[in-house]
Design a protein around this ligand. Structure first.
Ligand code: AMP
Length: 577
């Protein structure tokens, strides 16, 4: 720990908040290791004192840098201080988020931070789970902090369920995404409902032109914190690889990586459409690899439950889309968001309706993700950054591996260009995997793919939605009274549109390339199944990715034509105010 680094207890933060943040400072009496944070992250160290001085802040910090607490701590502190002089109850802070998932996550963080002052600071998340009408009575009680998407906040303002004349702090989280999610008009309309003076924070992964215009609208003489040169951690923390392979080879490679446990630990697999989600899920099902699917078609309760269970270690693999960003026009007509919200209920009931405010690759804190696999390459540099940013969060290690077909080469080149560092080195390196070594698996993969027809995908998609709508209803009511059953609800069950041939689940030894025989997971399917059962009952666990025991890397450096990469010294981020 750097000696000159400002610590939480030196920031003038209320003891009730400190109790939640700090672990090991004897100087701070009653400190309890609730969140296990030994020291502030860089963004927290810089932003919290400035925010407590009352400054407006524009912060560019990479995803996973601890941005949420960087604004949440001053917001809570502000409210606690305010309450000492003002007795009247009012909404004092609004936190705008681009997605429901992020709303839920921000709410959870605020809940943790207000644990010892929950009576003084009441937080409500209106980003979308409940009906607008059901939220009215909650808002009428004037909670201290309201978290929500701009469209939802605007609906309540227009319906006079919410009044913001006494607002003291406005936070815009993941500001760059508000525009790409089409909230520009809603934000502008919303600003008309705010008082003349309030403090604002704008947090963003990128300082795009859109963010600059938001800055003009919201911030007054702000301090600008550009905390990271790169939007992703350096290569000591995050290893990024890509490999060229066409459609059939993508399945062959993913089969090898997962079945031979070359990829270990929790893994997010990104694909570029909902159908692709099910195609990959059904394929993996055929070869005995259970995975959850996450996309905008699933109800919000199920999505949040999947993320929460994944974070608790229930699942190893999630197949996710970020298809929202692809289908949404960048600058929709005014009040688009609001309209989408109003029609939302109707839409949800129709088959295949997508949720406008879905977003898993962005902002959501998937915890302890060891690997991100871009099964389909993202459609833009921004999307790449957001997807890959799901791993190597806080101080964890991570690996990102992208498959590139010939149609994806151009975007891959753009991403490579954007990842060239000041010293001229690119952070995205070729994954030198010898595909001919795994030729023996090709027949098996073709066999598995044979059952993954268009019809099978369609049926699986329908079955899953039906199932998840039922789950979602239960999640709303039944599980509140039966929390133990909630733990047993799983989202990675087989969808079974085609018969799964039992022999396909095993990998015969003679097919395993010789060079890999020493590094693959020695557990048989049967043992692993038994082990998984035990995991489901006992405290879940997972393996963290690390260079020494990660066969993805040991394979590369075992003389298969690849050079072992030398870790570079960690770049020190320099904040500039
Ligand atoms: P965020 O960028 O806000 O999404 O945070 C990313 C992750 O970092 C979350 O899981 C936080 O719980 C964690 N985190 C935030 N602040 C700290 C800290 N001071 N020390 C360790 N972990 C932190």
């Amino acid at each position: 720990m750097a000696e000159d680094m400002l610590q939480f207890h030196e920031m003038g933060i209320d003891d009730r908040l400190l109790k939640c943040c700090i672990t090991s400072y004897a100087t701070v009496t009653q400190a309890i290791a609730d969140l296990g944070w030994a020291q502030p992250t860089l963004i927290q160290e810089k932003a919290i004192p400035l925010a407590l001085e009352g400054k407006d802040i524009l912060a560019r910090a990479r995803t996973g840098s601890g941005k949420t607490a960087a604004y949440a701590v001053p917001v809570i502190q502000h409210i606690l201080a305010s309450k000492q002089s003002v007795r009247e109850q009012d909404v004092r802070a609004v936190i705008l988020v681009p997605t429901k998932e992020l709303g839920e996550q921000v709410h959870a963080m605020l809940d943790q931070l207000t644990r010892y002052c929950a009576r003084d600071v009441r937080v409500v998340d209106i980003s979308g789970k409940a009906d607008v009408s059901a939220q009215r009575p909650i808002l009428m009680e004037k909670p201290d902090v309201v978290v929500g998407t701009p469209s939802r906040v605007l609906i309540h303002l227009n319906a006079q369920n919410l009044a913001l004349q006494k607002l003291e702090v406005l936070v815009v989280d993941e500001a760059d995404l508000l525009f790409s999610f089409g909230f520009e008009a809603d934000v502008k309309n919303l600003l008309c409902h705010l008082p003349k003076i309030y403090q604002s924070f704008l947090m963003s992964a990128t300082l795009s032109v859109d963010v600059q215009s938001l800055k003009e609208m919201i911030l007054h003489n702000p301090v600008i914190l550009k905390l990271e040169g790169s939007q992703l951690p350096d290569s000591c923390q995050l290893q990024q690889y890509s490999i060229q392979c066409e459609e059939e080879d993508k399945f062959l490679l993913v089969y090898t990586l997962l079945k031979l446990r070359l990829v270990r630990g929790k893994t997010l697999l990104f694909v570029d459409s909902i159908d692709r989600c099910y195609r990959l899920k059904l394929f993996l099902e055929q070869v005995g690899v259970p995975a959850c699917v996450l996309n905008s078609e699933l109800p919000i309760h199920s999505r949040c439950h999947i993320i929460s269970q994944f974070n608790q270690g229930f699942y190893d693999y999630i197949i996710a889309t970020d298809e929202h960003a692809l289908s949404t026009p960048k600058t929709p007509s005014p009040a688009d968001g609001t309209k989408a919200e109003k029609g939302g209920k109707k839409q949800q009931k129709t088959k295949g309706a997508k949720d406008k405010e879905y977003g898993v690759s962005r902002g959501v804190d998937f915890q302890n993700v060891s690997n991100v696999i871009n099964f389909d390459f993202p459609k833009s540099v921004d999307s790449y950054i957001h997807r890959v940013g799901r791993t190597a969060r806080a101080n964890n290690q991570g690996t990102a591996l992208s498959f590139i077909s010939h149609t994806e080469v151009a975007t891959h080149d753009d991403v490579k260009k954007s990842l060239v560092q000041e010293n001229g080195e690119c952070m995205l390196n070729p994954y030198e995997f010898k595909m001919e070594q795994i030729e023996g698996f090709r027949y098996r993969c073709r066999d598995a793919m044979r059952s993954v027809t268009k019809q099978a995908v369609k049926e699986a998609r329908l079955r899953e939605i039906k199932q998840e709508l039922l789950n979602s209803e239960k999640l709303k009511t039944y599980f509140e009274d039966n929390p133990r059953d909630l733990q047993l609800l799983r989202h990675d069950k087989d969808l079974h549109p085609a018969v799964v041939k039992p022999h396909m689940k095993n990998v015969p030894d003679y097919l395993v390339p010789e060079v890999l025989r020493g590094v693959i997971d020695p557990l048989s399917e049967k043992t692993r199944r038994r082990r998984n059962k035990v995991f489901a009952l006992a405290k879940p666990t997972f393996k963290k990715s690390n260079r020494a025991n990660n066969p993805l890397k040991s394979f590369r450096s075992s003389g298969q034509g690849s050079k072992a990469r030398k870790p570079k010294p960690k770049a020190k981020a320099k904040p500039s105010t």
